[in-house]
Write a protein that binds this ligand. Structure first.
Ligand code: GRF
Length: 197
């Protein structure tokens, strides 16, 4: 069961998938790790495990006069080349366009650090924390959902509720969210794999 994982940052969720595979609790293999950021630590994690990587920076591509849509189509074709059964967006910072979803030949799932229908887009953890500070919510969480053209809106595969603790710092809360993410990202891949079986 082949995965292609798209990353932009530290790759702790990629690492969670790698650890589950190495530990024998996830029966899959990572065919390629794709990053738009050459310096993403996630790429080091992949290289340390001899997992193929592909770097596709957007800016140079646009500077050469290509469009964002062409970037997405080209990237989708590169990913298709690895014949994945599932594409996992794990901290991928770009919005996935309809052009990408039209070309890609496997389902795409995304990890988002907020509960369904809340705090779509960037800085979701921080915005949820501030809402808690204003007394508007008592819990937030994270979810993995299927990717459709509307941002952070596809069918939810799995989610985790992470209640706030009074007086905790944003950092402390963020650490607890990431711990929950590392669980649900693996759970989501397993669920889809078993549903396919
Ligand atoms: C995670 O919080 C994810 O939900 C968000 O970006 C972060 C990625 O972290 N989209 P990492 O690169 O997997 O450590």
């Amino acid at each position: 069961y082949a995965l292609v994982v798209l990353v932009s940052g530290s790759g702790s969720n990629l690492q969670a998938i790698m650890d589950a595979i190495a530990g024998g609790t996830l029966d899959a293999q990572i065919a390629c790790v794709v990053s738009n950021k050459r310096k993403a630590y996630a790429l080091e994690r992949a290289e340390n495990a001899s997992i193929p990587t592909h770097v596709a920076p957007l800016k140079p591509y646009l500077r050469e006069g290509h469009t964002r849509e062409q970037y997405d189509v080209d990237l989708a074709q590169v990913i298709n080349g690895y014949a994945p059964d599932l594409i996992v967006l794990a901290g991928w910072m770009h919005i996935v366009s309809a052009a990408f979803l039209d070309v890609i030949q496997a389902p795409v799932i995304n990890l988002h650090p907020a509960l369904p229908g809340t705090f779509p887009g960037t800085h979701a953890i921080e915005r949820a924390y501030e809402a808690f500070q204003r007394g508007e919510i008592s819990q937030s969480g994270c979810m993995v959902h299927h990717v459709i053209p509307e941002i952070d809106a596809g069918e939810v595969i799995t989610q985790a509720i992470v209640p706030f603790t009074a007086g905790e710092s944003l950092d402390d809360y963020e650490t607890r969210i990431h711990a929950a993410e590392h669980r649900i990202i693996v759970e989501a891949v397993r669920q889809i794999q078993l549903a396919k079986a």
